[in-house]
Ligand binder design. Sequence first.
Ligand code: HEM
Length: 375
Amino acid sequence: TATYPFYGDHQAGITTPAQDRLHFAAFTVSSTLDREGLIGLLSDWSAAAARLTQGLDVSETGALGGSDVAPPDDTGEAIDLPASGLTITFGFGPTLFEDADGVDRFGIAARRPPGLARLPRFAGDALRPEWSDGDLCIQACSDDPQVAVHAIRNLSRIAFGRASIAWSQLGFGRTSSTSTAQTTPRNLFGFKDGTANLKLEDRSGVDDHVWAGADDIAWMRGGTYLVARKIRMVIEVWDRQQRQEQERVIGRSKGEGAPLSGGTEFTEPDFAATGAAGEPLIDTAAHVRLAHPENLGGVRLLRRGYNYVDGNDALGSLDAGLFFISFQRSIDQFTAVQTALAGDAMAEYVKHVGSAVFAVPPGARDDGYVGASLF
Ligand code: HEM
């Protein structure tokens, strides 16, 4: 299985070929944490992440090397498992720079990236505070769910007394591909998802749309911005729609994933194409028409979301959907796409119930820690 380095110019888990599983956690920092304490936490997290991503225990003593009469450093459930492509990606929420009372606890308010702010309210938002926001985040992706959970569990254990999990999300299947070497997976609507995504092989596309550059605050260069949206799918209503209607909503065929204007999966959609009665072959409210860069002055995102099922509700409906994650050099890119989706035919079948944004600093140097450029 794959092993990815933790240290580098950029953090891993962004252009890394999307792994199959996710455990994402948002943290609240403790009210007693100060600047030195925050730096200490980021240093401890970095050292642990560098080991975990290589398939090692969280510390040298690990699960079994400590005293018989002390709780082990590592919780142990990944002892026999390889790294399984684990990546650990850290982010800083707007409230880290200035808390709800406007207090700059860590002396970093002046270094807050100008574009880092909560998203505006969008049409149809039904956001719940218990699935929104956060001072810090960790995205753990792996091809083995137990490896991703082990990473979040041990990193939150390290944070004890300094930061605690505010909310977290498991994702069981990727809904995007971020490399041309990957096949396109399917979301819970049964459609291929990730076809027109930014791919790591498109170096100039990634440079132009994903990595923060010279126009951003200096410490963020080589970093990016993460937008997370928990999107509940109204599965039962969707499942009652004719396939033709489902395809109209997306703008692509359900089997091949081809644009309804014709061709195969990777054929460019032709939004001007019309049928016998002069009707557009790709509906004017189709998801892919509204989200396409052609409709948005060239705006693109790197999508990296996951399917989720959080059990069911009291009526026996699956509590399921898409935990949408995208990376972009500016949060404005997400805002532009989501604003354009106000008239999306899909809006009837989805409900945005969680929302968070994070500044994802550049990669850590092997003699440093993640976010060092901020301090
Ligand atoms: C494309 C599904 C939410 C942005 C697509 C495609 C599907 C899809 C099936 C076509 C295949 C592809 O190119 O990947 C969904 C579902 C969603 C959802 C089921 C919610 C449950 C969003 C959100 C955004 C977004 C919230 C951003 C605000 C895009 C973009 C494309 C796309 C940019 C590519 C359009 C193109 O260039 O052709 N989506 N999507 N999607 N989606 Fe979504």
